[in-house]
Design a protein around this ligand. Structure first.
Ligand SMILES: C[C@](O)(CO)[C@H](O)COP(=O)(O)OP(=O)(O)OC[C@H]1O[C@@H](n2ccc(N)nc2=O)[C@H](O)[C@@H]1O
Ligand SMILES: Nc1ncnc2c1ncn2[C@@H]1O[C@H](COP(=O)(O)OP(=O)(O)OP(=O)(O)O)[C@@H](O)[C@H]1O
Length: 371
């Protein structure tokens, strides 16, 4: 099944272009800017650097090559914003393990409209920077290891215009972190996928989805499926095989996180059963909620047991979600610890989210697209 490129969730940035200065931004914002062109080339992921070092950027004053001759001072593109929706693994079966240690997976994946937000503004050639803000800013690195920034650099390098190139591209990214990091709902992968799609358009590269997927896979196994957001998708292989699915109803989804990060490598390390059975998707799909919940009840998230070892709170959270009025199914997403509930109605999902927030947890409700 070949998937079409989904309509990207992008809108023009409403805020004016922020000046790039080395000053620490107010309001808990953290900024990182790899040095300007000609200083240090960023060509591979580097160890996390303290934000203050990375933000002492030459970006503010670095001359734009485009403008050096005074010939063309137009920005390379208009600022724009993209949504990076949470990824929810409705089921997740582990079918085996490759020789390199990576696991063969199968997952029906949907994307409720609970999103991080990425904004791209023009920057001088060779300058690739990121500023991280929002309620979960502390969970995401504000340096060159941020997956959103790495995605922009990887894309530029893929077309021979990385930071070290003769005629490099440049971008100043702002990332509003609304999704809890290391939470099993994509997080960094969702951000990176949004950046790949956004910059592919803003830099007028027009790379096909397959090529973006290859570039994305070098950043994480979840990138290819996140590139399909917001359309539901079927994930296979280690995550590199993604196809469109049909017969998935739109869903009212509650997301809740117990506050304990469950790092993906650690969860896989604790996994003891890797012999899951494939769950065939019916040719006619599961067009209604009853049919989908029925199909899901024969599946599971095989990462739930190892994730519970890392975050025992997952068990109680699943019970709490399941007990909310109108909840039809409660399960963990990805490697956890975020859990989700599928509800009869959006009102039910929102009421459930409110109840969980009153209990002091992060919770949100969103609708996922059908197909
Ligand atoms: C569990 C899922 O969330 C399901 O959607 C994803 O497969 C995880 O994707 P991700 O977070 O992008 O994972 P990556 O950053 O690529 O890998 C993190 C670590 O998870 C383990 N990993 C990941 C994917 C995979 N198919 N097999 C694995 O064993 C590996 O130890 C790897 O080093
Ligand atoms: N933009 C980003 N947002 C969140 N985390 C990031 C980002 N870039 C890098 N990271 C790092 O990636 C780690 C994993 O976070 P992420 O939110 O991607 O995990 P996750 O939700 O469990 O992912 P998945 O569901 O793909 O397994 C974090 O601990 C963080 O240090």
């Amino acid at each position: 099944m070949a998937a079409d490129m989904p309509a990207p969730a992008e809108v023009p940035a409403s805020a004016p272009s922020a000046p790039l200065t080395g000053a620490r931004p107010p309001g808990g914002r953290r900024r990182a800017s790899p040095p300007a062109a000609g200083a240090i080339a960023i060509s591979a992921p580097r160890p996390a650097a303290p934000a203050r070092v990375a933000s002492a950027s030459g970006a503010a004053t670095a001359p734009s090559r485009r403008g050096e001759g005074g010939a063309d001072r137009r920005p390379a593109f208009e600022p724009a914003t993209a949504l990076a929706p949470a990824k929810v693994n409705l089921h997740l079966h582990v079918l085996g393990r490759r020789e390199d240690g990576l696991h063969l997976l199968e997952s029906l994946t949907v994307f409720p409209d609970v999103c991080d937000v990425v904004t791209a503004r023009p920057a001088p050639p060779g300058v690739f920077s990121i500023e991280v803000a929002g309620p979960f800013a502390a969970g995401a690195p504000a340096d060159a290891s941020n997956l959103a920034l790495r995605a922009a650099i990887a894309l530029a390098e893929a077309v021979g215009q990385g930071p070290a190139a003769e005629a490099p591209l440049g971008v100043a990214l702002t990332l509003e972190k609304t999704l809890p990091a290391a939470g099993g709902i994509g997080g960094g992968s969702a951000d990176a996928a949004a950046v790949l799609r956004l910059m592919n358009r803003l830099w007028s590269l027009d790379l096909p989805l397959e090529r973006l997927s290859e570039i994305g896979l070098s950043l994480g196994a979840d990138l290819p499926v996140c590139l399909h957001a917001p359309a539901p998708a079927w994930m296979a292989g280690i995550g590199e095989r993604v196809s469109a699915v049909s017969g998935v109803p739109p869903l009212a989804i509650l997301l809740a996180n117990p506050g304990t990060p469950t790092p993906t490598p650690e969860v896989f390390r604790r996994l003891r059963h890797r012999d899951g059975a494939p769950a065939a998707w019916p040719a006619e799909g599961c067009p209604g909620l009853d049919a989908l919940v029925g199909w899901l009840s024969d599946t599971s998230n095989m990462l739930e047991p190892p994730a519970r070892e890392v975050a025992p709170a997952v068990s109680g959270l699943l019970q709490t979600i399941a007990a909310q009025p109108g909840c039809r199914l409660a399960r963990m997403s990805g490697s956890g610890a975020t859990c989700f509930g599928i509800f009869e109605t959006m009102a039910g999902a929102e009421a459930g989210a409110q109840a969980l927030r009153r209990a002091g947890l992060w919770a949100a409700a969103g609708r996922s697209a059908g197909a």
